[in-house]
Design a protein around this ligand. Structure first.
Ligand SMILES: Cc1cc2nc3c(=O)[nH]c(=O)nc-3n(C[C@H](O)[C@H](O)[C@H](O)COP(=O)(O)OP(=O)(O)OC[C@H]3O[C@@H](n4cnc5c(N)ncnc54)[C@H](O)[C@@H]3O)c2cc1C
Length: 303
């Protein structure tokens, strides 16, 4: 993340800014560019449209860093309801989950128990669950939770971040368990002690990890990026891969590219966030591309 992105995250994380932005009509309007809507019905409608276009879906019920057991259990129940709908509606969709939303950080046992319940429900509906990767201080616990739950249910995937120095070693633990491995660059402001700071280094690490994952049997590499150079490399490597893999992109970002990949026959899954807790998600999307702020300013002046 560049200096503008880091500064932007520092400002948007301030509670005064959060309050004004998250409660404004302009903020809500901007969120609809990157978020399917506030309700499960909105998410189901978006998933159906995406399936009709020929892509799969990963539904993210927005929320993270909950700080009490009631909210963590509510998050689990919302995801159970989401899995029931995926099943009932016959959608080609899975769920993406943040462990801090299920209680990681203040009740790790509850988070793990909820993750198991979600994997079990997903397995009954014949679908999967991917664990999002979060801030570096949570990575060890997230990888350990993946090892545990994937061993028990076999339908669990995990995201890894190319900016972290530790990711190649984490993959030594992840790959033997099988499942989907989502490779992304990483969306948080991390210090130089744990993460590459320069875009070129993050990209080089991404390419090395793409080569490794696309050459590994027994897993499903999910190459999650909107970056043309990364996408071109993946296309080349895909020509030599017999086993399943996919591209992944975020809802609302580079929609023309999404359509053209599907038209060219590439497997694509869209990550579709929904829910009322869209603020932190939206600020990360702005930090990645401060030009998105222009959308906000335009929305703010009502254009
Ligand atoms: C499916 C999916 C799941 C993800 N899961 C996680 C996760 O679990 N943990 C995590 O830390 N991060 C996650 N991310 C975010 C990821 O780490 C990056 O922050 C994000 O994808 C931007 O990186 P990029 O690879 O698209 O490349 P960049 O170099 O940032 O962008 C390449 C190009 O893509 C376009 N673009 C990128 N971002 C935006 C944007 N916000 N708005 C408009 N255009 C944009 C621009 O044209 C840009 O030039 C996920 C990303 C995807 C696609």
């Amino acid at each position: 993340m560049n200096i503008i992105g880091r500064s932007l995250l520092a400002v948007t994380n301030r509670s005064s800014v959060r309050k004004v932005f998250a409660e404004s009509t302009a903020g809500r309007r901007l969120s609809l560019r990157f978020v399917a809507g506030e309700t499960l019905d909105d998410a189901v409608a978006a998933a159906r449209t995406i399936n009709d276009m020929g892509a799969r879906v990963s539904l993210d019920h927005l929320g993270e860093h909950v700080t009490d057991g009631t909210a963590a259990i509510e998050a689990r129940n919302d995801y159970l309801e989401c899995l029931t709908r995926i099943d009932a509606e016959g959608l080609d969709a899975e769920i993406s989950v943040k462990l801090t939303q299920l209680g990681l950080g203040f009740d790790d046992e509850l988070a793990l128990e909820s993750l198991g319940a979600l994997a079990e429900r997903a397995a009954r509906g014949g679908t999967t669950l991917t664990i999002d990767m979060e801030e570096s201080r949570h990575v060890e616990k997230i990888v350990t939770a993946f090892e545990d739950v994937q061993t028990r249910y076999g339908n669990v995937g995990i995201a890894v971040q190319s900016y972290l120095y530790r990711t190649p070693a984490d993959l030594d633990r992840i790959v033997p368990r099988g499942g989907l491995v989502r490779l992304c660059k990483g969306a948080y402001a991390e210090p130089a002690s744990v993460a590459h700071q320069e875009k070129a280094a993050v990209d080089a690490a991404f390419d090395a990890l793409t080569r490794r994952l696309m050459a590994t049997p027994g897993i499903t590499p999910a190459i999650a990026t909107h970056d043309d150079a990364r996408i071109e490399l993946t296309k080349k490597l895909a020509a030599g891969r017999d086993e399943p893999w996919e591209f992944q992109m975020l809802y609302g970002i580079r929609r023309n590219l999404q359509r053209s990949l599907v038209a060219d026959g590439y497997p694509l899954r869209l990550y579709v966030p929904y829910g009322t807790a869209w603020y932190p998600y939206l600020t990360r999307r702005m930090a990645e591309r401060p030009a998105n702020l222009a959308f906000f300013l335009r929305a703010a002046v009502g254009r």
